[in-house]
Every structure is written in structure tokens, then in C-alpha cells.
Ligand binder design. Structure first.
Ligand code: NAP
Ligand code: SF4
Length: 679
């Protein structure tokens, strides 16, 4: 069994001592947009503190109105707000934790008309053009950072983190691309980093020595005109000299054309950029991005990359990450799979963050832990995401659960998903459920297609059906032709697909199949392969850490696609509109460089020996293909439900068996957890 001695060793940060090297990174949750926001935030962070995380970094709060992320976004600039923050700091301290407030001025990323920046240069990801700060504005902004830092300490925070990465205001000052000033805050490298250093000095002066002062530096900018690795190392030294106790690291700007945290990024891919910072300074350095298991974190510390690790999404996925690490229960950690579906994709579409693998995240008040008043005998049919999640949650509440799965292994559709390049993290979800089911004593019956008669025998107080879905077979002439295969046959490896392929249906699964047929799994597992594919200079030698800027926007085209693949949909709109906001662009960029042809507005006429006959705008066409893969959605599998109903037995439906349309693991696990909590 692996040991985590380094992760579990206390660390002095300034005058504070952290009990271990595991830190919850800053993440904006949007909980403040709900009712009882401070109570919810307090419960959210207190659960992580009780889970023994060494330090929590709050979501970012702007020091003034022009720096907010969006209208109504988090802002901490006046004493009247102290009490709402005290609710959070008290809860964290009562649970034995420490919490630091992150101060984040969004600069030209602020989605407000009054946004500001070092120079009036619009970001491609914002509709608003920023106003260039005057010298007076700069001095006022520095004072605002110090003011918010003082308020934070008054509210009980153990210190502050100054957000200097991801392309926000401070980063914009440091990079030549976004700073065209000709005063003392622009021009030379030394002048461009002055704004950051003035803020660090002003905050330190205001706070004195006791509170922690953390600075988050961009370890690699991944934008044209960003800093080089050598400049970043010097910058880190200056930050240390200005009074920081700890340097946290960020990766890339939000406008970068390189993915930085999605599951398609290999674990700990950014280690050398972080090591570059670590080697430059004497104060502790924190690693971040795609660190989701204690083994990864321990290795980063052991190999001298960093002194501690920051994990944001993994702490959404499992508030007890640190405690389980200490107790030798790492195999019970509910691992973040890097999908972004319930966290970033929801935040970017103005919804509150939660977690696909842990729907309790951010909803700690709605989902109280604890045992049910009456323990019941429960049968669950179907061992996919919904069935496993229900069984685990019901067993945790003290119910006696029997889980029937007709196949020889658990996982259902997850077993198909994990075969797709970039989705290997689904293996962790399967491991988590398998370990928890075993430890909770759930009676798992594999290879057992339970009958309605057996379920109706009276052995169970409750019957829950998670019987999943059946692929839809569209009505097209020749649909029985041997060329036609289902996505399940392809992803399971049952069918060896030829060199010319048509995919019918461009939902999440159609894109998954395209990636399966064209993608390269190494790119999400091996950092060198990833860097080559996305044009990153592993040595971070030039500006922004880009190997070849010209290649990055369209990505590198140095491999010949293995196949010719055409992806079809009937809707006239562009393909992929329903893909996740934070990951869809990555998938589409990869597939475009593999020459995936995307065809919308198609009508399917027939499939025969010649191939797929279809029309676009009325014009008949024939595509010669070896295979046509059906990804045309699914239908709920309710045969067992109907048989039970005929016997007068009411069974509860969850997951795809309940509603097949637009089913995904997020909805399945959420629904399963809610039902288990209500049982
Ligand atoms: P889906 O998203 O509903 O897509 C089904 C596709 O089939 C659509 O492109 C639809 O487009 C087409 N279609 C539907 N009925 C058809 C018919 N009768 N004949 C021909 N084409 C038809 O379903 P899915 O791709 O199976 O995915 C299921 C769920 O899993 C989705 O909610 C998806 O979000 C989720 N998922 C998510 C991911 C992810 O990465 N987040 C990955 C895989 C799956 P037209 O009607 O325009 O032809
Ligand atoms: Fe991780 Fe996905 Fe949960 Fe976000 S939703 S924390 S990426 S598992």
C-alpha cells in the first residue's frame, strides 16, 4: 500500500503551520446566488475542513467594483460585509481548519462595461473593451487590494492569496502582449511586474507578519507575448522579496488555446513549469492543475517539484480527501475525473457548482449525512452509474442493499466511456464504486438478470430500477446492412471498424465515437505527447511557453489521421452545440486536426453496399464507407418496470431507465443520490 509521508508532514508557511501539504484551491461556486448563501458556503467549506484539508483558499473576491468577474460577482470592499465572511471563517475554524481569502481582480476578463486593464486591449473571451488604468487608478487599485486584505483578516481569515495568474489583471500587467504602457508600470519586464510587487508590499505592510500572504503566479502563460520561464523565475524571486510567505502556481490564461485542467490533460503535466518556480525561491511553492490522487501529489513533493499541492475540483469530489489519505483509505477517495460537467460548465453557464461524482458538493445543507430512521431491505437492478450511486448512498444510510447486474461486471455505460481517449479517469469512478460497495457490504450479484417474479417475492421493502438504456435504431432503409454497427459495439471493441466511417448522430456519444476512432489516448496520458499535440514548449524557454505560436490556434497537424470519418446530424445547426462549455472546444479542436468531417442538416436515405445515401439541401449524395456507426440517442429500458407494474408492484426508476433523453452520468448520479437520501 502506498504511503504518503511527505503529504502528511506539517509545513510552516510564514508564522502559520499547516498540518499537512494538501490545500483546497480557490474555486468560485456561485453559491452566493442562492438563498442562505453564507450558510451554504460555511457548510461547504466546513465539510472540507472537517475532512482535514490543510488549508482552504476561498473563491476569488474582487477588491473593487470594476474588478468583479461579472455583474453581481463576489466583491469584498466594505465593513458591512464582514459578518457574512465571519460565518464562513468561524465554521471552518470550528471544524479545525484554516482558510485564506483569495483577492481576484478580473481586469479585462471582468464581464462588466467598466472593466479595466493596463492597456485598452480587448480579450477575445470578453465582449467589453477595457479602459486603461491611469496612474491614479493604479495606486487606488493597489490600495484596494490592501484594504480588502485588511477586511479579510478582520473577518477571521488566516491570510490572503493574491491572484496573479490565469490572465487576470495582475497577469495582464506582467505580459507584454497586454501591457503597452509607457509609464513606470509598462515597458520593461521590471516595470511590468511592478504592479504585482507593489500589491504584495502594500498588503504585507497592512497585514503585518502574522497572516499568511500567498501569491499565485502564472507558471506558464500559454499565450503569445506571455512571460518566459526565466522571467517567471525572476518574478517569483521578486515576489518572495516583496513579502510573500508562499507561492501558488497557476497554468495558462483563460484565453489560452491550450487545455490546462480538463481530463484530456495528463495528470501533473505542468510539473516542470512549477519546478522552475520552486527552484527560484526559498519560500514554499504549491503545485496545481490535474492533481487528483494522493499518489500524484506525493510524487510531486518527493521529486522536488513543489512543497505542497493545491486541489480545487478534487475537494468538490471528496471533502474527505485528506482524511482518507491520512487513514490509509486512498482507495476510497471519490476521485475528480476532470470532466468539468458539474463544476466549471455550470459556473460558466450561470449555475451553481456541484460535482458529477459527488452531488452533495455545494448542497451540504440539502443532503444531510446520517443514517435513515428505518433500515430497509432494498433491491437495486442495474449496476451502471445510477445503480451504483444509489446502492452506495443507500448502504451508507444503513439500508440492506442487494445490487443486481446482468453483465459480468459493474459499470454499464461507464465501461464504454472509459475507452474513449481522454476519458481514462472514468476508471477511478469505477474503482471508487467497487471499493465502497464492497466495504459497505452491499450484496452485489453480477451476471444475474433478476426476474420480476423474484423481485415480487416480498424479500424487499423497496425496489429501485436502474436498468439503463437501449440504443435507438433509426428507421433508415438498409439499417440491417452488415456495415451498420452500434456505438456500444465500437467502444467495447466488439467490432473492428474500417478506414472509412460515417457516424449517425452527433450528441455526446457521436463525438465520443469520433474521438475513439481518430484520437490518440497517449495525448491525455503522457505529457510529452500532449505538449507536442498542443504546441507547448516543455522547456518554457520562449514567450508564453509556446513551441510554435502559429501552430497553436489550429493545433499541430503532424500526424496522418488513421481514418476518414464523417459525423452527421439532421439538425441544421453547427455540430457540438451541446458539448460542455469548458471541454467542447478541446474535443472539436482535436477532431478538426484529425480531419473529422462534420455534416449538419442531413437526411438519411439508405445504407447499402455503396455506403450511406444522404441528402443535404435536397442534393442526393453517397458516401462510400466501410461502417456506419449508430449514435442516434437511446430509449429507456423499462421492461422489468412494466412487468412489475403488471403485478401491481411499484418500483422506483432512476437514470436512463427513468428518462433516456439527454441522459448523462451527472443526472444519473444526482437522481440516485437524492433518492437514497430520501429513502
Ligand atoms: P444525444 O445527445 O441525444 O444525441 C443523439 C444524436 O442522435 C443527436 O445528434 C440527434 O441529432 C441524433 N438522433 C436522434 N434521433 C435520431 C433518429 N431517429 N435518427 C437519426 N439521428 C437521430 O444522445 P447521445 O449522443 O446518445 O448521448 C446521450 C447522453 O450522454 C447525452 O445527454 C450526452 O450529453 C451524454 N454524453 C455526454 C458526453 C460528454 O462528454 N459530456 C459524452 C457522451 C455522452 P439529430 O436529431 O439532429 O440528428
Ligand atoms: Fe471533477 Fe467533474 Fe466533479 Fe468537476 S464535476 S469536480 S471535474 S468530477
Amino acid at each position: 500500500m502506498p504511503t504518503f509521508d511527505r503529504l502528511l508532514t506539517p509545513l510552516a508557511v510564514g508564522q502559520a503551520v499547516l498540518p499537512n501539504r494538501m490545500v483546497m484551491g480557490a474555486m468560485h461556486t456561485r453559491l452566493e446566488t442562492l438563498d442562505r448563501p453564507h450558510e451554504r458556503l460555511a457548510a461547504f467549506y466546513a465539510a472540507r475542513a472537517a475532512g482535514e484539508i490543510g488549508l482552504i483558499l476561498s473563491g476569488g473576491f474582487s477588491p473593487n467594483a470594476e474588478g468583479v468577474m461579472e455583474p453581481g460577482g463576489p466583491l469584498f470592499d466594505r465593513a458591512g460585509q464582514l459578518d457574512e465572511h465571519r460565518a464562513v471563517t468561524r465554521a471552518v475554524h470550528a471544524a479545525g481548519g484554516k482558510i485564506v481569502l483569495q483577492i481576484l481582480h478580473a481586469g479585462r476578463y471582468a464581464k462588466v462595461p467598466e472593466c479595466v486593464a493596463p492597456s485598452a486591449i480587448k480579450a477575445r473571451i470578453n465582449a467589453w473593451t477595457p479602459r486603461a488604468l491611469s496612474l491614479d487608478d493604479i495606486r487606488r487599485t493597489i490600495a484596494d487590494f490592501a484594504h480588502t486584505a485588511a477586511l479579510a483578516v478582520e473577518a477571521g481569515y488566516d491570510g490572503v492569496e493574491i491572484m496573479g495568474s490565469e490572465g487576470y489583471l495582475i497577469n495582464e500587467f506582467a505580459a507584454a502582449a497586454t501591457n503597452h504602457r509607457d509609464d513606470e508600470y509598462g515597458g520593461s519586464f521590471e516595470a511590468r511586474i511592478r504592479f504585482a510587487l507593489d500589491i504584495v508590499r502594500a498588503v504585507r505592510e497592512r497585514l503585518g507578519d502574522a497572516p499568511m500572504l500567498i501569491y499565485r503566479i502564472s507558471s506558464i502563460d500559454l499565450v503569445e507575448g506571455g512571460l518566459s520561464g526565466a522571467e517567471i523565475a525572476t518574478f517569483a524571486q521578486r515576489v518572495e522579496a516583496a513579502g510573500a510567505d508562499l507561492i501558488n502556481t497557476g497554468v495558462g490564461w483563460h484565453e489560452s488555446a491550450v487545455p490546462t485542467i480538463a481530463a484530456s490533460v495528463p495528470r501533473a503535466a505542468w510539473r516542470e513549469a512549477i519546478r522552475n518556480v520552486k527552484q527560484a525561491v526559498g519560500i514554499p511553492v504549491m503545485a496545481s492543475n490535474r492533481i487528483n490522487m494522493p499518489e500524484v501529489a506525493e510524487e510531486l513533493i518527493a521529486s522536488g517539484v513543489a512543497d505542497l499541492v493545491s486541489m480545487a475540483r478534487p475537494l468538490l469530489a471528496d471533502p474527505e480527501f485528506a482524511k482518507k489519505t491520512r487513514l490509509g483509505l486512498a482507495d476510497e477517495i471519490n476521485t475528480c475525473i476532470g470532466c468539468n460537467q458539474a463544476c466549471l460548465d455550470r459556473i460558466f453557464t450561470e449555475r451553481t457548482a456541484t460535482c458529477l461524482v459527488n452531488p452533495r458538493a455545494g448542497r451540504e445543507i440539502e443532503f444531510p449525512a446520517g443514517r435513515a430512521r428505518v433500515a430497509k431491505r432494498v433491491a437495486v437492478v442495474g449496476g451502471g452509474a445510477a445503480g451504483m450511486a444509489f446502492a452506495v448512498n443507500a448502504a451508507e444510510r444503513g439500508h440492506a442493499v442487494t445490487l443486481y447486474e446482468a453483465a459480468a461486471r459493474l459499470g454499464g455505460q461507464l465501461n464504454l466511456a472509459k475507452a474513449v481517449p481522454g476519458k481514462a479517469e472514468f476508471n477511478e469512478m469505477l474503482r471508487y464504486f467497487a471499493v465502497r460497495l464492497a466495504k459497505l457490504g452491499v450484496d452485489v450479484r453480477l451476471g444475474e438478470a433478476v426476474s420480476a417474479a423474484s423481485l415480487a417475492s416480498g424479500a424487499y421493502d423497496e425496489i429501485v430500477l436502474a436498468t439503463g438504456v437501449t440504443p435507438r435504431v433509426p428507421e433508415i432503409a438498409g439499417i440491417d446492412h452488415p456495415k451498420v454497427v452500434s456505438y456500444a459495439d465500437v467502444l467495447s471493441g466488439k467490432v473492428e471498424v474500417g478506414a472509412r466511417v460515417a457516424i449517425i448522430g452527433a450528441g455526446g456519444i457521436g463525438f465520443d465515437v469520433a474521438e475513439f476512432l481518430l484520437g490518440d489516448a497517449r495525448e491525455s496520458l503522457d505529457a510529452d505527447a500532449f505538449f507536442r499535440a498542443w504546441g507547448v514548449d516543455a522547456a518554457n524557454a520562449g514567450a508564453g511557453g509556446l513551441a510554435n505560436v502559429a501552430n497553436v490556434a489550429n493545433a499541430v497537424n503532424d500526424t496522418t489521421p488513421r481514418r476518414s470519418v464523417h459525423l452527421f446530424q439532421r439538425k441544421a445547426e453547427p455540430l457540438g452545440k451541446g458539448l460542455g462549455k469548458s471541454t467542447g472546444w478541446i474535443l472539436k479542436a482535436r477532431l478538426r486536426r484529425a480531419n473529422l468531417m462534420m455534416i449538419s442538416g442531413a437526411t438519411y436515405d439508405a445504407i447499402d453496399d455503396q455506403g450511406l445515401h444522404y441528402r443535404v439541401d435536397g442534393a442526393p449524395q453517397v458516401l462510400a464507407v466501410d461502417h456506419v456507426v449508430l449514435c442516434a440517442g437511446q430509449l429507456a429500458n423499462r421492461a422489468l418496470h412494466d412487468e412489475l407494474a403488471a403485478r401491481g408492484i411499484h418500483a422506483k426508476l432512476i437514470g436512463g431507465a427513468d428518462v433516456a433523453a439527454e441522459l448523462d452520468a451527472l443526472r444519473a448520479i444526482d437522481q440516485a443520490t437524492r433518492l437514497a437520501v430520501a429513502l
